[in-house]
Structures are given as C-alpha cells and as structure tokens.
Design a protein around this ligand. Structure first.
Ligand code: NIG
Ligand code: FE
Length: 404
C-alpha cells in the first residue's frame, strides 16, 4: 500500500486502496529505520544495491504493519469464568452489575506486582507483533484507584521504552467506578479529576484520556467534565462510545475534539452526521462484537458517508480476548462488508491516524517508518481475509528490522 506523501488518513472512497500497489517492487530502508525509497525491479541497478543487505520477498507482497489503536493489554490473569457465564446466558452488562467484568480485573490487578504485570502484558504485545502489528495503543483502566492507575501507566511507559513496536498510552480512569466508590459515582468522578489526573500528568504518563461513556457506565455530563479537566493537562480524548446504547458519546467526543471515538456498535444517522463535521476517527472493534454476540458497528454506512474508519482489536480480558489484527481484518470484510482493501486501510493508516501516527506509519512510502509485513505468495490481496485461517505472514519488520 504505497501512498502519496502528506496523507495521514483515508476517508470514504479513498479507503479503497486496491490501486495503490506496485508490482515487482523493491523498497530500501535507511539506517534510521525508515523507508528511504521504493521502485520497480526493472529500474533497480547494481549501484543502488551497493552497501545494502538484500532481503528477497520471494513472491510475497509487502503490506504496512497493522496499527492497533485500541487495546487494554495490561491486565492480570484472565476471565474465562465470565466466558462460561456468557455461554450460560448472562450479558456483558449483567456480569458487570454482579461485580464481575472490569472490577474483577481491577481486583486481580491490585494484587499483582508491577513487574508481573509488565511480563504478562509484554507477552501479549510480542505475540501481537509476531502477528503483524507495528503500533499499539495501550490503556489503563483496571486500576481505578490513584495508585493502581499510576501502576498500570508505569507499566505502559516501560512497554513503550522496551518494545520494538510504537506504543501510545491512554489514561482510562473512567472505565468503571472503583470498588471503594460503588454507589457514589459522582464522588468517583470528583476524585478522578482532583487526584488521578494530576498524578498521571505529574509523571507525564499518558498521551490521551479515555472515558467509557455509555449506558450503565459514565454519562455524557460526567464525560464532558472529565474531558474538560483533561484538556487542561494537554490530554486529548479517545473515548469508548455507543457500545451499549446511542448514549450521546459520539457527540460529546466530537465536541471535545476527540482523536477517535471507539466501538460505535449503536450508531445512527445523527452520529454519522456528527462525525462528518470534524477530524475524529470512527474506530470500530469487530472482535468485541464477535466475542459478545453484539451487532457490528455500521462500517459500510460510515465509509459510504465519507468517514475515516479505523478497525482495532480492543484486546482485553472481558470483551475481546485477542489482539490478532489478521482476524480483525477478516471480520471487517466478512461481518462489516468492507472490501479487503478498505479494511486493510482501516487496520493500518487509519489506525495510525487514530494514534496521531498517520504521517509515520500505516503506509509504505518514503520517509515512513519501515514497519511492514512480507506475506507468503498469495493469489490476491482479497485472499488474505478470505482464507482467514491460512497462515500468510512470512516475515514482520518493525522499524526496519526483522522480528523473530
Ligand atoms: O472496550 N467497553 C469497555 N471496556 C472494554 C472491556 C473491558 C473489560 O470487560 O474488561 C471494551 O470492550
Ligand atoms: Fe475498549
């Protein structure tokens, strides 16, 4: 997917990148880990090869590494007990109301050391990278006390400093009301604004702020308060919205200049209209719909309406226990009726845009970071999400270096 310079996202019809390919191509990587030039084999001379190590793509394609703009990969243990509850008929909201869900993860996280958390989250991230992901957004939100939110964000910062992939960090103190505040949601929001935000800002631990703005979680008024307070610390929003209801989350996000609004399973004409007015990326998480048996976000309508649509994994222990963007790409096609090329744009450059990385990642162009996947020989791009369990990754490069 080669793109003209300057582009950091693709909206609407432009997401069909099927003609943005170069046959029989080479790319050259500079010492800085960025793509220095690219062209066609017929134009490659011996001089140009001098001083370069050569890697043969052996008939495979080169596609940008996935840019997964929404994950919760810092969590302790797992929640397959709730998986059984779901099989037995309980909904995500019922499990949360019984004190399971996010609070279950918060309890586990509280009793897990920072080092252990780091080890668990790193294993998930390294597995994601092996599956083709080159940029990852990581959220807090299983701490829900000042100490534990800061603990999570320190783990995230350590991951950013040690992973080969690019990492962006989001403070999600408003994921649920912490146990000590159950029944006192307003006081929790007060505490978040008075205590958590300053602590997070003092250590410079987050790039963005998130709120789970939805039925049964945080209201639009609470969300607006948190986003306004966060803005004074320079934290721009990327929020959870419209997963469980048409809750006004999209509108409150757009009004506060959100980089992205995410989930969007319940979205109608009004939300689409609100998103047409700004630069907020519409991020959809088909893995959560798949796992929870929810409706899929209306990606087809959103693309047809000209929006910038991104797809992300939502990797978390409750609603999407997988960070495999190969599956997300396939679900984008199979369940959301995006074409393979549109869904690839959603998983790459538009995911990058949802992390303010669109000028650096998510496309194959000179000056961009050389994070890409060499595929096995495939009959066409469409074959990849079509034959969705056939292994197709030959080699992953991150920042110009082969992984594994
Ligand atoms: O994006 N919806 C809110 N948060 C996560 C789920 C978190 C959990 O269940 O642990 C999500 O789906
Ligand atoms: Fe999420």
């Amino acid at each position: 997917m080669a793109l003209p310079g300057g582009v950091d996202r693709l909206a609407g019809k432009a997401m069909d990148v099927s003609d943005q390919t170069l046959a029989d191509a080479w790319i050259s990587i500079g010492a800085d880990g960025c793509i220095s030039s690219l062209g066609q084999m017929a134009d490659l001379t011996a001089d140009m090869l001098a001083g370069h190590e050569v890697v043969d793509a052996a008939g495979g394609d080169i596609i940008p590494a996935f840019c997964d703009s929404h994950t919760h990969i810092i969590y302790a243990g797992s929640r397959e007990g709730e998986f059984l509850d779901k099989i037995n008929g309980l909904s995500y909201e019922e499990i949360a109301r019984r004190g399971g869900g996010i609070l279950n993860s918060a309890d586990r996280l509280h009793s897990t050391s920072e080092d252990e958390l780091y080890q668990q989250a790193m294993a998930r991230a390294l597995d994601m990278i092996a599956k083709g992901t080159g940029a990852i957004e990581v959220k807090s939100g299983y701490g829900l006390t000042v100490e534990d939110e800061v603990k999570m964000l320190r783990v995230a910062a350590r991951m950013r400093d040690t992973l080969p992939a690019t990492v962006k960090i989001t403070f999600l103190g408003a994921h649920a009301v912490g146990r000590a505040y159950v029944g006192r949601q307003g006081e929790y929001v007060d505490m978040l604004i008075a205590d958590m935000l300053p602590a997070v800002a003092a250590e410079g631990l987050a790039d963005y702020v998130d709120v789970f703005c939805d039925r049964g979680f945080f209201t639009t008024e609470e969300t607006a308060r948190i986003l306004e307070a966060s803005a004074s610390y320079g934290l721009r929003p990327k929020i959870h919205a419209n997963e469980l209801d048409c809750s006004g989350g999209v509108q409150v996000g757009v009004e506060h200049g959100a980089i992205s609004v995410d989930h969007l399973e319940r979205m109608g004409a009004e939300e689409i209209e609100a998103l047409r007015t700004g630069t907020t990326v519409a991020t959809m998480l088909p893995g959560a719909s798949f796992f929870l048996g929810m409706p899929y976000a209306p990606a087809r309508q959103a693309v047809d309406a000209g929006l910038t649509v991104a797809l992300a994994s939502d990797f978390n222990p409750g609603s999407s226990p997988s960070g495999d963007m190969r599956m997300v790409w396939a679900l984008g096609c199979i369940k959301m009726r995006l074409t393979p090329a549109e869904a690839l744009a959603a998983c790459t450059i538009n995911g990058a845009a949802a992390m303010e990385l669109g000028h650096d990642m998510g496309s194959i162009a000179p000056g961009r970071i050389a994070s890409f996947v060499i595929t096995q020989p495939v009959p066409s791009l469409a074959f990849i999400p079509y034959a969705y369990t056939t292994p197709w990754i030959r080699q992953v490069f991150i920042n110009g270096r082969p992984i594994g």
